[in-house]
Design a protein around this ligand. Structure first.
Ligand code: SF4
Length: 498
């Protein structure tokens, strides 16, 4: 085991512990953050700090720089790596910086959509999704770099599709190499319990951290409107926090620290491996929360009853009947027949020869690609990525997701609506509903690798039959893209199959 990684040591040792989030936003002076790091490193039970990047969709300080400085002050960093505004080469460079600095802990997340971008009129600022990012880091680990990977999961989703897909995606992240997981924030013990049960039932024994956010009134109000994306606070809780704020001389501070301590006691009682503390990083308050949570520990079940804020008619996986599945339409059944993966064996050889013949004639190949697009664009919203996975995503094109995700929804959905376009349903809701109608929900666990971008604008049929595209049976390994280029990203022609 590598020496000096207190997070890895605490988690592999099974010791309940704490990680405190340091938001490296532009609003916080870096010197102040580092002063905080010194103090936190002296709090018993705190084994590290989560160093955020792009929190709430806004640029902050460089998390690698802040993390390195925090480590020099005795606090082990867990660096947030997002997929926002970066292609695979830039991410590779960031990971190589971490390798050079000897930083092992990374939190691999998709990241909030950048604020202020005109999403309807620009290309997606995402190249990889969080599952592909975990896979990428794991590939580097297999090449000898000892990354310790954490991944996010949000149990606080209150429609079936949203909730089930979050859990399916967590399974994918674990299969791709995530060592431990951290929940999104929420104030619903039944959801904390649900997630733990889901993992236990499936033998997913990776350490799980419960997010405990010290929630002041203003943040509660913002979160009740889904801001930042993925965070949600019930109106009853907002009201209660407002009362606490107005009726006390300390503006509700004691009440919110007490609530945080109760939540720590609850996640500990439920068998979580630790608490991820956010919203306050003052060492004396963190120390108080930890101590108080220990006093409250014997009462955790009663406290779980108290902290259970959820919307009306909320979906819970193990409570109440599941909504019935919808009927699978004729067109979807027809689409199954036309799916290249379902091509009968006797036709495969024939089609491969025909596509090879077309491919050798560039003008014909271009005409074929245009014909393919003229059909797939109006029907599926196809963007000619050249690596078609429609058959794996229930004929919903992943390129229609504003983040271009391929492995399921981000954590930003709110009641099934998209983080980027709140007036639209998240595209993955449709994927889930259709998979459920076809009894294929388990198939959604299949890892879909990053697309080979060198194939953009080419025929996906030709690429499929000539085995050039990137898909589950023929994945490309991101680690083999070679050293990160200095300036303009190279095309991905160097991607090679596993
Ligand atoms: S479509 Fe779904 S996964 Fe894509 S950005 Fe919107 S909420 Fe996130």
């Amino acid at each position: 085991m590598p020496v000096g990684n207190s997070i890895r040591e605490a988690l592999t040792g099974g010791r309940f512990c704490y990680i405190v989030e340091l938001v490296a936003s532009q609003l916080t002076r870096e010197a102040k953050l580092l002063d905080v790091a010194v103090r936190l490193s002296q709090v018993p039970g705190v084994v590290g700090a989560g160093i955020t990047s792009y929190a709430g969709g806004a640029m902050g300080h460089d998390p690698v720089r802040v993390g390195t400085a925090a480590r020099a002050r005795g606090l082990t960093p867990n660096i947030h790596i997002t997929c926002v505004n970066k292609d695979r080469h830039t991410i590779r460079r960031e990971l190589e910086d971490l390798i050079a600095l000897g930083i092992e802990n990374v939190f691999a997340i998709t990241g909030d959509y950048p604020k202020g971008l005109d999403a309807a009129n620009i290309a997606s600022p995402y190249d990889l999704d969080s599952v592909q990012l975990v896979e990428f880091i794991n590939e580097l680990r297999e090449a000898g770099h000892p990354f310790y990977i954490s991944a996010a999961v949000s149990p606080f989703k209150y429609t079936e599709a949203d909730c089930a897909y979050q859990y399916l995606k967590l399974e994918k992240k674990i299969a791709a190499g995530a060592d431990w997981a951290i929940t999104q924030l929420g104030y619903d013990s039944r959801k904390f319990r649900e997630l733990k049960r889901y993992m236990d039932e499936r033998g997913l024994h990776v350490p799980l951290f419960g997010n405990v956010y010290v929630l002041p009134a203003k943040a509660a109000q913002r979160m009740s409107k889904g801001e930042p994306p993925g965070c949600w606070v019930a109106p009853e809780l907002v009201e209660r926090i407002q009362e606490e704020t107005q009726q006390s001389t300390d503006k509700g501070l004691a009440a919110r620290l007490e609530r945080a301590a109760k939540m720590v006691a609850i996640v500990r009682g439920l068998g979580y491996a630790g608490a991820y503390l956010g919203g306050d990083h003052q060492a004396d308050r963190i120390r108080w929360i930890i101590k108080r949570s220990e006093e409250l520990a014997p009462r955790w079940e009663e406290l779980a009853e108290e902290i259970s804020y959820a919307p009306k008619d909320a979906f819970y996986m193990y409570e109440g009947p599941r909504p019935p599945k919808k009927k699978r339409g004729f067109w979807l059944r027809l689409a199954d027949l036309g799916e290249p993966a379902n091509t009968p064996r006797f036709l495969r050889g024939l089609l491969t020869a025909a596509y090879r013949w077309i491919d050798r004639r560039p003008a014909l190949a271009r005409a074929f690609e245009r014909a393919e697009l003229s059909f797939k664009e109006p029907v599926f919203g196809c963007k000619a990525c050249g690596n078609c996975v429609l058959g794996l995503t229930e004929y919903v094109c992943p390129m229609t997701c504003p983040k271009n995700l391929r492995n399921g929804p981000c954590g930003g959905t709110l009641n099934g609506q998209c983080e980027v376009f709140p007036d639209r349903a998240c595209v993955w809701v449709n994927v889930y509903e259709r998979a459920k109608a076809a009894d294929r929900v388990e198939d959604l666990k299949v890892f879909i690798p990053a697309r080979n971008r060198a194939l953009e604008g080419t025929s996906s049929y030709i690429n499929y039959f000539l085995n050039r595209d990137s898909r589950p049976e023929h994945p490309v390994r991101l680690v083999q893209i070679g050293p990160a280029p200095a300036a303009k990203p190279e095309p991905d022609a160097t991607l090679v199959p596993k």
